[in-house]
Design a protein around this ligand. Sequence first.
Ligand code: GLU
Length: 507
Amino acid sequence: MKKVRVRFAPSPTGGLHLGGVRTALFNFLFARQHNGTFVLRVEDTDQNRFVEGAEQYIWDCLDWCGILPDEAPLAPGECGPYRQSERKGIYMQYAQQLVDSGHAYYAFDTAEEIENLRESLKAQGESDWQYGFHTRHRMRNSLTMTKEETEALLSADFPHVIRLKVEGNEMIRFKDMIRGDIEMSTNTVDDKVLMKADGMPTYHLAVVVDDYLMKITNAFRGEEWLPSAPVHVLLWKYFGWEKDMPEWAHLPLILKPDGNGKLSKRDGERLGFPVFAMQWKDTAGKAVDGFKEMGFLPEAFINMLALLGWNDGTEQEVFSLEELVQKFSMDRVHSHGAKFDFEKAKWFNHEWIKRLPSKELADRVAPFMQHAGIETGDKNTFVKIIDLVKDRCTLLPDFIKQAAFFFRAPQHLNLEAVKPKWNDDKNNFFVALIHSWQMMQEWKHDELEINFKEIAAASRLKPGELLFPLRIMLVGDKFGPGVFDIIMLIGKEETLQRVSKALQLLK
Ligand code: GLU
């Protein structure tokens, strides 16, 4: 058995979309499960689409998700370099090998000549034109020209590309780990460009050469690459590397929540949810927040992604990364697209907020609090606060509202909610309460509660009617954990100050 080697091969062209992270995740899970190696290869041969900073961003996203690769441009192994632009010198010899064996040819057609042919075929009623076995004999290439003519153009550096020579009327068969046996006719495949006029390989040539040289055993990628698979299978065959061809798996598309079609960045803007893992700043400097900035835990994000297209066959939905490594299997990935559901994504986050130890959670929440101008202070106290409010939080910024009043008196008190039932008896009760609590030697939960009930009984008032105004006085509104838990944490001085201030306002 060969040692498993998988690769995630993004092009550094922008923010890392949900679908890209899921591809990386499935690669990571498969590699860990088989004690294999997870490779990150940066496919940056398309200079027009290259975006500065995108590679580092991809690395940072994988780091945040906890699924860093074993080999990558930033963590080189034995099969480097891991950026295709740095492998530039490798590809020509392989393209040349195909020309020599008759599987590829030089094409000298100018853009204008190609356009002319397109027009003339269109005039004859042929609209889906392609440069292939039907048309190449009418074009200016090394198949239609003499050897001398070809050589003359090559030595004069006449701009040219190298194209794959795809034979017509052949069936291409391969196995997909998700989709089973796949059969496609070569008639749908055009003579793909392998080497561009600028001396750079195209994606098709580079992906096959690199998968071969990097000893990739399993190639997982999005369903949108399925139409390219026959080209790649042909290349593996023409190179004579068939027995080393990786096993393919084309992962299902992630679909829009409403309607059909692939989830796009615009759907996120339209429906108000992120589609990137982390904040991405485009070249114009416009920043788009990702799941991280929205307050998702990476545990939840990964868990949600794994279930977009996969399940373990039981009702279980919450999985840790370790569990996913154990339970994931490609044959349980669906072939049909998976609808993205933002409400479900939030549900996963809530579940993970509840599950994560409060001590750990406190570290994740602290930056959000600080961003809102709240210094979280003593860690032990902060952990207690997190413990009290975490059941009420879905996204990390929810902690700001749920916990702010522990650190500072509420700026606004919703006294309108208290006033309709406010009266002298209640006022007197709180005056007595302040007095009694001022005298207390020790600030203890149970004693405070007993004392509160005793004073209420003496005032002939029900504790329930008094707890509500007390909550408003301390929290500012109708939410939050148990009132006595709050009182314990904010302490004597702060409690008495908040109650006195509210009494003034209620007068
Ligand atoms: N560079 C391609 C992409 O951006 C890789 C596709 C593949 O994995 O073959 O998705």
